[in-house]
Write a protein of this length. Sequence first.
Length: 528
Amino acid sequence: MVTGIRPDAGASGREAELLTRLEGLHERLVALEQAVGLGMMEFNPETESVRLDRAARVLHGLRASGPAELPLNAWAALLAPEDQLSACSFLGSEIPDDLPERLTVRVPGHDPKKPRLLELSMIRAPRDRRLLGACRDVTQERTLEELRRQKAAAERASRAKSEFMSHISHELRTPLNAILGFGQIMAMDEAHALHGEQLERLDVVRRSSQQLLSLIDQLLQVNRIEQGRKALQSRSVDVQEAVRRSVDALKPLAASRGVEVSVDIDRPGATAVRGDPQALEQVLANLLSNAIKYNRSQGKVRLRFRGGEAGEFTVEDTGLGLNPAQLGQLFEPFNRLDAESSGVQGTGLGLVISKQLIEAMGGSIEVASQPGIGSRFVFRLPLARRARSLDTNTVPLDMPSQWDTGRKYSVLYVEDDDVNQLLMEQVFKMQPEWRLQCVRTGTEGIVWAVQNDPDAVLLDMNLPDMSGLEVFERLQRNPRTRGIPCVAVSADAMPAQIQRAHARGFADYWIKPLDLPATIGKLKQILR
């Protein structure tokens, strides 16, 4: 190892020139070592000593002016105890003459939990048994590698989770389509109307099915928020309108439990916050619903809004309250804080979703509660300068049993599930003049559409022989079927699938389970 060269005063001119050139090479080598963060090492097996240059001494945690040569055991003592044996074995191993061997060891620093990582790279000297090599600090490099590895693993897990959620949603929505669909038909069937206990039993089936559907939707929503794929609007939202819609929807629940709900809005009609209208309504509905459900008989719920530096919503109740341990677990998914014993139905996801939605809109939420007195939830959103009315364009749900369109239409339904076919046939019986043709495969659907020119095509997106998207594209390429409006009917509720279908040109995307009155209204709009 070159440590420094000085020309001898008695040397000849040629020797002095050579020594000067060597000195220059040494200086450049030292500069190169510093530039790339290398330290030079040498191990002599005959003396069992390790020689370190200035840079290597610093990398090993020694002073730059410290001893250049150390006994093997003294050098090993500079390393983490768990690496000392492997490091000594590494230097004593048979290293090939032409290939370097590498070993990473830890060097304790000021923080015992965060040792520095040194990579040793050694090669055998060409003429003797010495080992020559270098060491470099790879702590940051390995940390970045580990972070990249963890990021890739997290992304793989995230994709797997999303695929699992999509698959589970699809598999659960398909049978729910039949349960809810036939329940709606039974409720709408005036010719065979149910009465008394039968109607009560049907109502229990429908409410239980809706609860299961709500759980599926909430699971998907949590997943989309966690993935950062839930697109929220950022617009001016009229506070009074959002509050009115949320409170009106929960009036029946409050009345059934004998809970009084009061509203106090600062400057009603003139105050707005910035956020997503649907997200704000969902947050209000979740907080109000909990305040009502977990209240006491003849209890009170108060919703208050004040506009200061931010728009502040407060939901207070006179319920049983929460202790400090329960408050610490309040926003944990599926944790209902022992509410299961109360008989109140729920999933333990409402507050989780509310918190995530509020934060996604740039707001914050806080909770205060006292056992036996009640709870207070306060969330804040940025104020907006002017309000816009929320959209109220919804399909009416009180559709007549006869569609009374006055025209005959032919509709093709491509669906491989027998129960779903039967459900759609029952729906079309409400309009006897309309004709429904059901086929099971995409190939059959394409052939029938070309031959019969239907007025509309309803396409299940997961067919046994091809996807609904492929069926749609083939129909669009054929001049005879290009203008037929096609509706995607699927149990896949993932936003990416819905957006893809709309982007390709589908007239609409219906998610199973179908809301039959709304479905009838949408179909009438498509066929006008």
